[in-house]
Design a protein around this ligand. Structure first.
Ligand code: HEC
Length: 140
């Protein structure tokens, strides 16, 4: 009987735990569109859910993703001391290279989303540029 109770308790905990985890196909909170062009505002709104507010790869959604969420503060470090501005920009836009294993990637493509906000392509580009600038400023 005692054992059953412990089991029941453990099960209850598991259920509570599950309730807090976003469902697998849940969309990041970034789905609501903000008109801002500011890099930091965009980052906190669209990216922090996975990458974390400090961009270190520890957002609340990171644990439920299959892929390890990239730590965006060490891009320069991982690239021999140079921030690969254009590559990061393309990566966010979703027009980048196959080198990053696109087929399986869980990192959303933002180019079309950011352009949709104002139906103006150029503002989409400005958003991505500003985001990239913001990330560049975070490098350790
Ligand atoms: C749904 C979760 C999720 C969201 C939201 C998200 N990312 Fe990512 N991101 C990932 C994952 C997972 C990776 C690592 C795997 C990969 O490269 O696809 C990644 C990788 C990246 C990389 C590549 C890092 C490198 O070292 O090459 C960049 C840059 C990046 N994200 C920027 C952003 C920006 C900017 C936003 C917001 C506009 C954003 N991400 C939103 C999950 C996410």
């Amino acid at each position: 009987m005692r054992r059953l109770m412990i089991l029941g308790f453990a099960f209850g905990l598991a259920v509570v735990g599950l309730g807090q985890t976003p469902a697998p196909g849940a969309r990041p909170e970034g789905d609501h569109l903000i008109p801002s062009l500011d890099g930091q505002a965009l980052f906190l709104n669209y990216c922090a859910v996975c990458h974390g507010r400090a961009a270190d790869g520890t957002g609340p959604m990171a644990p439920v993703l299959k892929l390890k969420v990239a730590d965006l503060t060490v891009i320069t470090k991982r690239n021999g001391g140079k921030f690969p501005f254009e590559r990061v920009q393309k990566r966010i836009e979703g027009t980048g290279s196959a080198e990053l294993g696109h087929g399986t990637k869980e990192m959303p493509i933002w180019g079309p989303i950011f352009s949709q906000v104002t139906t103006d392509q150029d503002f989409g580009k400005v958003r991505i540029y500003n985001l990239t600038k913001y990330l560049q400023g975070l490098q350790k």
